[in-house]
Design a protein around this ligand. Structure first.
Ligand code: PAF
Length: 293
């Protein structure tokens, strides 16, 4: 695996790959890799001749009181994992090379960026959209792979790609879960053993909603109320949001005639976790899960 640490080097190596006509896939990450990330890499490996991953803890997407400085950084073990998945290129730039002094350009996807996590984390999606646009410009991949766990991020990136006519296919991989259902996340590493047990309540709440929807309940308010009841069974878990939205626009939907996304964010101790499920309405297949934009 070749490791490149400046945008210029990465750009020129990727340009050479494109000139050779090989299909190039990009898996953008912030490191602290787990099986969820590796499922993206495997998907990229299956669909592309050359696989690039990036590891960059993007300061721009963290708010002033968020966990940028304590975000887990496990570069050596990440490299071993990527090598064992036969990743060809790793782009691991320093913040100063991605955001040189004097940089003044940001990418903002209006409206969607203020919904779900964007409402709780102002500026977060501006940071994501800016760094993803930069990564796409540097690498110019044919395909880029993202996890369904960050459903709001997926909606923002898909809108960005449409609006800016970016020539990249976005592939969305299903959520990878622990044996008890907890969605894999780099932030799970922050949980104490007791919090780790409590955290599974997010999955149980989503499951309850899914079961009720499968039995024919179509009213979102009713489903949200039932989901919140499950979260309340774990009094030390503090809910941020529990919503049922259109997966493309993230706008609330009042009933489930069409495909909908049920999404939750909650604080378990000092750790904010997110999770979601796609509910398919009558006669509609859920987009996103393993789907392509
Ligand atoms: O999902 C992530 O890990 C990050 O938000 C991303 C897409 C790598 C941008 O920093």
């Amino acid at each position: 695996m070749r490791i490149l640490d400046t945008p210029e080097q990465m750009h020129s190596v990727c340009a050479e790959i494109r000139r050779s006509g090989r299909r190039l896939g990009l898996v953008p990450t912030m490191g602290a890799l787990h099986d969820g990330h590796l499922s993206l890499v495997r998907m990229a490996r299956a669909q592309c001749e050359v696989v690039a991953a990036s590891i960059f803890v993007n300061p721009l997407q963290f708010g002033p009181n968020e966990d940028f400085s304590k975000y887990p950084r496990t570069f050596e073990s990440d490299c071993r994992k990527l090598e064992s998945e036969k990743v060809d290129l790793l782009f691991a730039p320093a913040p100063a090379s991605m955001y040189p002094r004097g940089a003044k350009t940001f990418v903002e996807v209006a409206d969607i960026s203020d919904r779900l996590d964007g409402r709780s984390r102002p500026g977060h999606f501006r940071g994501v959209a800016t760094v993803v646009t930069k990564l796409f410009t540097i690498v110019q991949p044919d395909l880029a792979f993202f996890g369904q766990k960050d459903a709001a991020q997926v909606a923002v990136i898909q809108q960005l790609v449409r609006d800016l006519n970016l020539n990249v296919e976005i592939v969305v991989a299903p959520i990878v879960r622990e044996a008890d259902g907890l969605a894999m996340s780099s932030r799970n590493a922050y949980l104490s053993p007791q919090e780790r047990k409590q955290a599974v309540i997010l999955y149980r709440a989503l499951n309850r909603v899914q079961t009720l929807a499968d039995r024919g309940e179509r009213n979102s308010d009713e489903l949200i109320a039932r989901g919140k009841e499950v979260i309340a069974e774990e009094p030390s878990v503090r809910l941020d949001y529990f919503e049922i939205v259109n997966p493309r626009t993230l706008e609330p939907v009042s009933d489930l005639r069409n495909c909908a996304l049920v999404a939750v964010a909650a604080w378990v101790g000092g750790t904010r976790l997110i999770d979601n499920m796609l509910l398919s309405g009558a006669g509609e297949a859920a987009p996103g899960l393993g789907g392509k934009e």
